[in-house]
Design a protein around this ligand. Structure first.
Ligand SMILES: Cc1ncc(COP(=O)(O)O)c(C=O)c1O
Length: 473
């Protein structure tokens, strides 16, 4: 049915040429295709928008019903260079005609090695010189956990309250952002301990609290964890997103990350830095960990690495990875040649198009606009926090109920469910935007090369949506 209807209305089937002749479907046929999806796509997938995306170009996505929307989600931080970046797509297409699948356990492929050559000079620490490419962020986390256990000969992993690392079994066990990811799937992988993330709301302190105080509170908890729950001799690694993603877009203070590094060094514990969402220019530096100068022992990357082609990376130092038995890492599709070729083109585009300069310029504008909104007197109680780095930015709203009776930041005077209502209103107005975390948070993850005009346009839609929803109460 899909193919029949899609052909009739020039939706994507197998030919990319259909994109060029794309035209909107009648609403009846479009709706029956959406219904087809509802019937046959697993209920286990959540969905923000009832629709079928048919084309992506730069900062915009078009749906089969003719709607074109400004995309402030980039497929959850993936298409950093915009949809179908011409150089990236061309590099992938070229590789498709040369070698699609050269299995990584058979031999090297050219793009795999070329990618390493491109990444070596941009690593946040020169010690990171040993690479393994897999497909998804979750798989990268699985590999990082396995590596940490083998390298140290120890078992336990400390993960962060609010952290998100994926949905496969090991990654799910270290994911602490929402119970939906593990509810009904227990028992989880054992040997995981949880440390509070330096996030004011989770700690029950005001957003204005000095980061030094927040860092000290969490480092104290880490010392307690190591003396009360998981002894250093049993602890293989501490796993941290340097800028909390799914948990609310909260940058960890540099002092906290440095303190963790010190404790890791003292106790022979590895520090795994998860840059799956915060990496590849997203936060204004190539990797977020550069803000603190902290050296990761293992770093995981994915998402922006290949601008939409499935590719993740687990990077460590040779001295460590030499301890791995050949064959203990791998996977049929790991480090696919087409995905690696796309990633090589991403690395080139970063330099040629001065992507980081754009991120930092647009970031300033975004913060200015959001802080101006927060400063409006009638929104004073409504917007609790504007935070983030680069173009990984969040607005946290107040809530009348919070996460429960003991959430100290509830405010009966503000409307309920602000984040999801504002996001929905933005969708209606043509802006794709996402919520995040158990709190009332909206996240901004626009393309890293977004123009000033498109950024302004998106922020204006957001501000309008906030005003409307607040007025409606
Ligand atoms: C920080 C972080 N780690 C890991 C993952 C899991 O990546 P994937 O969805 O590719 O498995 C994500 C996904 O959002 C993430 O944000």
């Amino acid at each position: 049915m899909y193919t029949r209807l899609a052909r009739r209305f020039s939706l994507a089937t197998t030919s990319t040429a259909t994109f060029r002749s794309h035209r909107a479907m009648s609403s009846q046929s479009y709706n029956s295709l959406v219904d087809f999806g509802h019937k046959h796509v697993t209920h286990g997938l959540g969905r923000q928008i009832d629709g079928i995306m048919t084309k992506g170009e730069g900062s915009y996505v078009t749906f089969g019903d003719g709607r074109t929307m400004l995309d402030f989600t980039t497929g959850i931080g993936v298409t950093g260079l915009g949809h179908c970046h011409p150089k990236v797509s061309a590099a992938a297409a070229k590789q498709c005609m040369e070698l699609v699948h050269g299995q990584c356990s058979l031999a090297f492929t050219g793009p795999y090695l070329q990618l390493i050559e491109k990444l070596l000079p941009v690593m946040p620490d020169p010690s990171l010189d040993s690479f393994f490419f897999w497909n998804s962020g979750s798989e990268a986390i699985e590999a990082a956990i396995k590596m940490a256990r083998t390298i140290t000969g120890k078992q336990n992993i400390i993960a962060m309250q609010g952290g998100y690392h994926g949905r496969t079994f090991g990654a799910m066990a270290v994911t602490k952002s929402k119970t939906v990811y593990s509810e009904g799937f227990h028992p989880l992988m054992p040997g995981v301990f949880t440390l509070p993330y330096p996030y004011w709301h989770q700690l029950g302190v005001p957003p204005s609290t000095d980061p030094a105080q927040i860092s000290a509170m969490c480092l104290n908890q880490l010392s307690l964890l190591l003396s009360q729950q998981t002894a250093p001799r049993d602890t293989a690694a501490i796993l941290i997103e340097p800028l909390l993603g799914e948990g609310g877009y909260v940058p960890a203070p540099a002092a906290f990350l440095r303190g963790v590094r010190e404790l890791c060094d003292k106790h022979g514990i590895l520090l795994i830095i998860d840059e799956v969402q915060s990496g590849f220019g997203r936060t204004g530096k190539m990797f977020n960990i550069e803000y603190s100068g902290v050296r990761p022992d293992i770093m995981t990357v994915a998402k922006g690495l290949a601008n939409g082609f499935p590719l993740s990376g687990i990077i460590s130092k040779k001295e460590f990875t030499d301890k791995l038995s050949p064959g203990s890492m791998g996977g049929t599709y790991a480090g696919n040649a087409v995905a690696c070729a796309a990633a090589v083109a991403v690395a080139d585009a970063f330099k040629e198009e001065k992507i980081l300069d754009n991120v930092n310029a647009r970031s300033q504008e975004l913060f200015q606009a959001l802080n101006a909104l927060k400063a409006k007197s009638h929104l004073a109680n409504t917007i609790l926090d504007v935070r983030g780095q680069g173009l990984m930015v969040a607005v946290e709203f107040a809530s009348p109920s919070g996460t429960g009776a003991y959430d100290v930041f509830t405010d009966a005077s503000v409307p309920a469910k602000l984040a999801s209502r504002v996001a929905k209103r933005c969708h209606e107005k043509g802006l794709l935007i996402l919520t995040t975390s158990v709190y009332e948070v909206i996240r901004f993850i626009p393309p890293l090369n977004i123009s000033a005009a498109d950024l302004r346009k998106g922020v204006a839609i957001f501000a309008e949506a906030v005003e409307e929803v607040v007025r409606e109460g």
